[in-house]
Design a protein around this ligand. Sequence first.
Ligand SMILES: Cc1cc2nc3c(=O)[nH]c(=O)nc-3n(C[C@H](O)[C@H](O)[C@H](O)COP(=O)(O)OP(=O)(O)OC[C@H]3O[C@@H](n4cnc5c(N)ncnc54)[C@H](O)[C@@H]3O)c2cc1C
Length: 385
Amino acid sequence: MLKTEPSPQTRGNQFSLFTAEQRKWLDKARAFADAIPLSDVIKSDSENTFRRDLFEAACKEGMGSLPFPTTYGGSGGDYVSFCLVNEEFGRRCVPIMSSLGVHVLCQEPIYRFGTEEQKKKYLVPSSSGKYLAAFGLTEPAAGSDTAAIETSARLVGDQYILNGTKTFITSGGSADYYIVMARLTEVDDPGITAFIVERNFPGFEIGQKFDMLGMRGYATCEIVFSDCKVPKENLLGPHGAGRKVALSSLGKGRVTIAAQSTGWAQGALEGAIAAVKEKPASEISAFYHLIGDLAADVEAGRVLTYQAACKIDRGDQDVIVAAMAKIKATDAAMRVSTEAITIAGISGMDPNKLLERIFRDAKAGQIYEGTNQIQRMLIARSLLK
Ligand SMILES: Cc1cc2nc3c(=O)[nH]c(=O)nc-3n(C[C@H](O)[C@H](O)[C@H](O)COP(=O)(O)OP(=O)(O)OC[C@H]3O[C@@H](n4cnc5c(N)ncnc54)[C@H](O)[C@@H]3O)c2cc1C
C-alpha cells in the first residue's frame, strides 16, 4: 500500500513508558492506518461496505489475534499493544477498526471457556483472517437490560435448537461464526448460555441490514435463528454461564472501545489544530483555551485507557477503571469532534473529510458495549455498596 498523508506531529500516544515491543505494534498500526487512502475510508462509509480485504491484511500483520498466545495462532502480544493498534485505527477511522475489535472480543471467551477442539477449530483460523467473528448479545427488546434476552435454545438429541433475533450485530453480514447468548429452556437450571454458531448452520439467516448515522461499513445487521441447529459440541462454557462468558468479553471490550475513542479524539484534535492554523493570525489566540482544554480531555481519556489495559496485562482486570476509561475516552471523542467541527465551520461538515466521519462514529462509542449511563451505574454501585 502507498503511504499517503502522513500523520501530523501532535502529541498522541508517544509515552516513553511503552516498551520496545509495544512501540513496534504502535508503529505497525500507524503505518497500516496511514497507508489507507482517505478516499477508501470515505467510500467504505458512504457506500456502507465492509473491507474484508483490509481485515485479512491486518490479520496477516498479526493484529487479528494480537493478545492471544502463539499456541492458537495468536501474536502473543499484550492488551496495551492491542489498544495502541485500536487508537491508531480510530485516529484514521480505518474501515475495519470496529470489526477487528469485535473479532478479538469473540476470541476471548473461546480462549477462556472453550474446549481444546473449539480453540483449534475457531481460534487458529481467526488469527489468519480466514474466519471473521461477530458477537450476538443485543436483541430488539434487550439492549442494556441483557437479562431480558428472549432468544431461546433447547437441547434436542445431540443438537441445540435456537430461535430468536439479535440486532445491531457488528460484522453480522460478513462473519463466519458468531458468539451467541441464548436462554436455555427445558433443562433443570435454565439460564443464559453461550454458543458458537456458524453462518452455514441450518436455520441461520442474515436479517435487516442497517444504514446507520455512524459506524457504517461494518456489515451491521440483524441475525435470525429459525429452528437453527447448533451441534452439541458448539456449546461454549457450561449451561447457564452465558453472562459470565459475555462479561469476560465485554470487560476487555470496553477498554478496546476506549482506545478506539481516544484515536477518534486524537484525530479530531488534529483536525481542530489544522483548522485553527488556517485562521488569520489575529484570530488564532482566541482558540488557545479551547485547544488546551480539548487536548487535556484527549489525554485524560488516554491515561485511563492505558491504565485499564495495563491492569489487564498484570492480571488485575478492573471493570471500574475500564468503565471510567470508556466514559472519559468516548465523551472526549464526542466533545473534541463537536468542537473541531465548530472551529472548522462549514468545511467540518464536508463528507470528504475525516472530521465529519469521526463526529458520526464517535456517537456510537458512547452507546455500544454498555452505554455510558450503565458504566456510571456500575461505578456508583461499587462505591455505594
Ligand atoms: C454501532 C453499534 C454496533 C453495535 N454492535 C453490537 C454487536 O456487535 N453485538 C451486540 O450484541 N450488540 C451491538 N450493539 C448494540 C449495543 O450494545 C446496544 O445498543 C447497547 O447495549 C444499548 O442498548 P439499546 O440500544 O437497546 O439502548 P437501551 O438499553 O434501550 O437504552 C436507551 C437509553 O436508556 C439508557 N438506559 C437504559 N437503561 C438504563 C438504566 N437502568 N439507567 C439509566 N439509563 C438507562 C441508556 O443508557 C440509553 O441512553 C451495537 C450498537 C451500535 C450502536
